[in-house]
Design a protein around this ligand. Structure first.
Ligand SMILES: C[S@@+](CC[C@H](N)C(=O)[O-])C[C@H]1O[C@@H](n2cnc3c(N)ncnc32)[C@H](O)[C@@H]1O
Length: 255
C-alpha cells in the first residue's frame, strides 16, 4: 500500500510550527529600514481597515497597527498566530488575529482598504489564486501590496534550489516580471514598485533542512565568481553573507 503524500498545507504548518519562535526573533525580519519602506508603501491612514495575509508572527501587522490602522492578520499556522498575539501585546497594539487559509480568506468581498502580504508568495503552490482572494476582499479603489523575494530570470532556478534546501515548504520565488504580470492578469492597476536588499548570514537562516548541501551550494557559487544564485554572496569573517533581493509591488483595485 502506498503512503499518501504529505500535503503542502501540512508541510507549511509543520515547518512554521517549528520555526515560529526563531522566525519571530530573527532581527532581519523586523529590520527598521525595510519595515519603514513597507509601512510607507502600504500608505495607510488612521482607522483604515487593513488585512495582513499569511501574517506569520505579525511583524507587518503590528507595524501597520502602530500607525493607527484597524488591522486583521490571518495565517495558516496556529503557532505563528500565537507569536503574533505576543508581539501585539508587547507592542501595546490591538490586532485581530485568526487562523485561516489564504486560498479561502474568511472575509466578505470588498471588506478592506489595504490587503498586504509579505514573504508568503514563495510558499504558495498557486500564488495567482492567493492574489485573486486578496483582490476579492479588497474594496474597489483600495490597494493590494505584495512583498517578496524576486530573483532575476537568470537566477530563478538556482535561487529556488537553494531555498528548497533551506525550507521544504518553498515552492518558487517569482521574478518581478512574473509578479507584475500576475497583477495585470488579475485586473489590477500597478501603482508602484520598490526594491530593497536584506543582508543575511547563511548560518542564521532558520533551521536549514539540508545544511551541508546548502552551504556547498553557496561555497561553489562564491568560488565560481558568477553569482548564479543572484544573492551577491561573499565570505566574511563570521561566515557566508548574502542579500535577499526583495520587491514591493503596490496595485490599485479598479472600481
Ligand atoms: C515566511 S513566513 C512570513 C510571515 C510574515 N508574513 C512576515 O513577513 O513576517 C510565511 C507565512 O506564510 C504562512 N502561510 C503559508 N501558506 C499559507 C496559506 N495558504 N494561508 C495562510 N498562511 C499561509 C505560514 O504559516 C507562515 O507564517
Amino acid at each position: 500500500m502506498s503512503r499518501s503524500p504529505v500535503s503542502h498545507e501540512t508541510r507549511i504548518v509543520d515547518q512554521f510550527t517549528r520555526w515560529a519562535k526563531p522566525f519571530a526573533e530573527l532581527p532581519i525580519h523586523a529590520d527598521a529600514e525595510s519595515m519603514a519602506q513597507t509601512v510607507s508603501a502600504c500608505s495607510v491612514t488612521k482607522g483604515m481597515k487593513v488585512l495582513d495575509v499569511a501574517c506569520g508572527p505579525g511583524i507587518v501587522a503590528c507595524g501597520l497597527a502602530l500607525t493607527g490602522a484597524d488591522v486583521t492578520g490571518v495565517d495558516l499556522t496556529p503557532a505563528m498566530i500565537e507569536q503574533a498575539r505576543l508581539r501585539a501585546r508587547k507592542a501595546g497594539v490591538s490586532v485581530k488575529y485568526q487562523i485561516g487559509n489564504a486560498q479561502h480568506l474568511p472575509f466578505e468581498a470588498d471588506s478592506f482598504d489595504r490587503v498586504v502580504t509579505r514573504y508568503s508568495f514563495h510558499h504558495m503552490q498557486e500564488p495567482s489564486e492567493i492574489l485573486a482572494e486578496m483582490v476579492r476582499v479588497c474594496r474597489p479603489d483600495g490597494r493590494i501590496i505584495v512583498i517578496d523575494a524576486t530573483p532575476t530570470p537568470d537566477c530563478q532556478a538556482h535561487y529556488d534550489l537553494a531555498e528548497t534546501l533551506r525550507d521544504r515548504s518553498h515552492t518558487s520565488a517569482l521574478t518581478l516580471q512574473q509578479l507584475l504580470l500576475m497583477g495585470t492578469d488579475a485586473g489590477l492597476f500597478p501603482l508602484e514598485t520598490q526594491q530593497y536588499r536584506l543582508e543575511s548570514r547563511l548560518q542564521d537562516q532558520v533551521a536549514p533542512e539540508d545544511w551541508s548541501a546548502l552551504k556547498a551550494m553557496f561555497v561553489e557559487d562564491i568560488a565560481s565568481g558568477q553569482d548564479r544564485l543572484g544573492l551577491g554572496a561573499w565570505n566574511a569573517e563570521d561566515g557566508i553573507h548574502f542579500y535577499f533581493p526583495i520587491s514591493i509591488v503596490v496595485w490599485r483595485k479598479n472600481c
